[in-house]
Design a protein around this ligand. Structure first.
Ligand code: COA
Length: 415
């Protein structure tokens, strides 16, 4: 038994944000039926291909545990099939450009008419307002949601981050909204609309920066290393390099081998509770009692110099040696792990966070499994579907079309 067993998802998503959401729902046990355009499919099937004519890793890694049906939703017979799916499923998830589903004839009003229990969930770039009609991709969301203006170094341009907080982050938000709406439907008996806007999702993940924006009105942000260096603040939250962003100062420091290995670094946090242990470790026991260093406020204007001194020590050790030395002392730190190191990390394989999947056309590849572990609903990752692999099975088993009806639909170009 799986947490979402029995829940049928009409998965009208493409690219990254929507597929992230429906993949999670599939891992929790929902039956996810991905609708794709005949002969074309989700655009990502063909994007960033590493093997000719084989579904890309971009696609396979976002569409596990789903079934694929092809439907031409602009064809009258295809529309009929889609209508039957709307009547049969519990949730419709989509991330088309604004208005695309209305133009197809499946507005929220129409979907409610067809199935009042339907939960209609959308990812859009923006919520209602001046930009609601805009198409949006990952980095647009990072820029308009506050991430880019607060990422990077003080003397450099805004930066986007490799973590796909706009796409995958918003997909995660949407999945939570869908599960909440399913829970409410248990009592109300009716569906509802669920909207996750990418700008809102990114801003939600950047809420500590909106916190700082308001603190800025009451004086400089003392924990930012900029403050310690005597650089005045402007009227908006600045980029803070590798500052920790919390109440405990942190920075990325070089480790042994940094001259040739771009990932020979460690994140080191000078947590107040373990200050004495840090002083002993780096050969500065006198800092424990020195009034200029003994308390967090006294250290604020010396943060850069303190990290320089700690780095002199970390440069004598590999990032793993730093971790092994600091951990028993409760000093929080973390090695900068490359994707190669993560792919090879045995403990992540053992928990199912990194999984090897077999695909009939590409062979074996690695993917990220369900990052959320439920003790009574374990997720088993199965490969992504080929384009239209389950069209016949869904038409007959799920939608109840007879063999003759399927033939007519096919001949009319509906699927
Ligand atoms: N049969 C027939 N037509 C289909 C179809 C099917 N099975 N599936 C999709 N289409 C059509 C749509 O109806 C639409 O046609 P229309 O514009 O004539 O009405 C068309 O395909 C394209 O859809 P659209 O969503 O506009 O795709 P796009 O490639 O132009 O834009 C995005 C891609 C991601 C920019 C856009 O979908 C978007 O902004 N989505 C919302 C935000 C989002 O999720 N962004 C992140 C993506 S990771």
């Amino acid at each position: 038994m799986k947490a979402l067993e029995g829940v049928k998802i009409l998965d009208f998503t493409h690219v990254q944000s929507g597929p992230t959401c429906t993949q999670l729902l599939a891992w929790f046990g929902a039956d996810v039926i991905k609708v794709e355009r005949p002969g074309v499919g989700d655009a990502t099937r063909g994007q960033l291909r590493d093997i000719p004519d084989v579904d890309s890793l971009y696609f396979t890694m976002l569409n596990h545990n789903k079934r694929s049906i092809t439907i031409d939703t602009k064809n009258p017979k295809g529309k009929e099939v889609l209508e039957r799916l709307v009547k049969t499923c519990d949730v419709l998830v989509e991330n088309f450009a604004p208005g695309a589903l209305d133009r197809m004839g499946f507005s929220w009003e129409r979907v409610q008419e067809l199935n009042p229990r339907m939960i209609y969930a959308s990812v859009k770039g923006f919520g209602p307002g001046p930009y609601e009609d805009c198409k949006v991709y990952e980095n647009v969301a990072q820029c308009t949601g506050g991430a880019a203006s607060t990422t990077g170094f003080l003397d450099g341009p805004p930066l986007v981050t490799g973590a796909q907080i706009g796409d995958s982050g918003t997909g995660l938000h949407l999945a939570l909204g869908i599960v909440a709406a399913l829970f409410q439907r248990e009592k109300s008996g009716t569906g509802q609309r669920v909207l996750a806007a990418m700008q809102d999702g990114v801003l939600n993940l950047c809420r500590v920066k909106l916190r700082d924006q308001q603190r800025l009105q009451h004086g400089p942000l003392q924990e930012y290393s900029q403050h310690g260096k005597g650089i005045p603040f402007g009227d908006a939250v600045p980029r803070a390099g590798n500052d920790s962003g919390g109440g405990q100062p942190g920075w990325i420091l070089k480790c042994k081998g940094w001259e040739t290995d771009p990932d020979a670094y460690v994140y080191f946090i000078t947590q107040a509770a373990v200050w004495g242990k840090i002083c002993d470790l780096i050969g500065k026991p006198e800092w424990k009692e020195d009034p200029g260093y003994a308390t967090p406020p006294a250290r604020l204007d010396k943060i850069a110099q303190i990290f320089d001194t700690i780095e002199t020590w970390t440069k004598t050790k590999t990032k793993f040696e730093v971790m092994a030395t600091c951990n028993p002392l409760d000093i929080p730190c973390g090695p900068i792990l490359s994707m190669r190191e993560l792919a090879e990390e045995q403990s992540l394989r053992e928990t199912g966070t990194i999984v090897e999947v077999d695909h009939p056309k590409r062979g074996k590849y690695l993917t990220v499994g369900n990052p959320v572990k439920l003790s009574d609903s374990p997720a088993k990752v199965t490969r992504s579907p080929l384009l239209g692999e389950h069209t016949d099975e869904i038409l007959s088993d799920v939608l109840g079309f007879s063999k003759d009806e399927v033939k007519v639909i096919r001949e009319a170009g509906g699927v």
